[in-house]
Design a protein around this ligand. Structure first.
Ligand SMILES: [Zn+2]
Length: 252
């Protein structure tokens, strides 16, 4: 089966009822497991609910750098992190594309969440955009996890490979103008890659411009199989193993 390791399925993103539809479509298309991250603390109750409702959906809980007013201790509680459906902390990180003016607050929020991940020995799902230097400096190898929707440089990839990170690629890999990203993924070892949709954003070719949903992760897998020179069923098996290694709490 294919796994969408990062899809936003809470009502705020999908609209009431749409998540159910997206989940059914995914399962009918061979996407058997989905991992729902949170960004806004307001997503957290919905993500927990959906992961408890479906045996093949798990979640990661974290606060995205856009929400620097939030205090992680209020949300990343013992109860939440010990929930068997919560397999990691994310998405967390740095985004200087939209929010460069909050750099110091973002770093503080990020570091607090990394300390919690270390305490609970949980993998992290990292968002990084136009923040390569700070990301490389802060992720010093204390915690491990995945660079989600990776579009940064090969240079940063090399550093994070050395620190044990995995790399997740999304529909962006299929875009015509994504030659650099395809080249980066051609160099990342196949046992360090997972795939995601980041739905409802970034629908892959041939669905560009439509609302993205987890079923579409297979289009990204097709392009990745081509880049790696492996047959799709072989890639499917490798990605399954990689996902289990990335998120040891996951059960399927
Ligand atoms: Zn995301």
């Amino acid at each position: 089966m294919f796994i969408d390791t990062h899809c936003h399925l809470t009502d705020r993103h999908c609209g009431d009822g749409d998540a159910k539809h997206a989940i059914e479509n995914a399962m009918a298309s061979g996407v058997g497991v989905m991992i729902c991250p949170t960004a806004d603390p307001a997503d957290i109750p919905g993500a927990l609910k959906i992961a408890e409702e479906y045996s093949n959906i798990f979640c990661t809980i974290g606060i995205h750098p856009e929400y620097t007013d939030a205090n992680p201790a209020d949300f990343l509680t013992d109860d939440v992190l010990q929930n068997p459906r919560v397999v990691g902390i994310g998405e967390i990180g740095l985004d200087y594309h939209y929010n460069a003016d909050t750099r110091m607050q973002q770093i503080e929020l990020f570091e607090k969440q990394l300390a919690i991940a270390k305490k609970y020995n949980l993998p992290v799902a990292i968002h990084t955009r136009e923040a390569e230097n700070d990301t490389a400096q802060i992720l010093n190898g204390d915690v491990c996890g995945v660079m989600h929707c990776y579009t940064s440089s090969w240079d940063l990839a090399k550093k994070m490979l050395d620190r044990g990170f995995m790399f997740s690629t999304s529909g962006i890999l299929t875009f015509k103008n994504s030659g650099d990203i395809r080249e980066t993924f051609s160099k990342i070892p196949i046992d360090r890659i997972v795939i995601e949709t980041d739905s409802p954003y970034c629908a892959p070719v041939p669905y560009r411009g439509k609302t993205c949903e987890p079923a579409m992760v297979i289009e990204t897998a097709r392009v990745l199989a081509d880049i790696k020179g492996v047959e799709l069923p072989e890639l499917e098996r490798i990605l399954e193993e990689n996902t289990k290694r990335l998120y040891p709490k996951i059960q399927f």
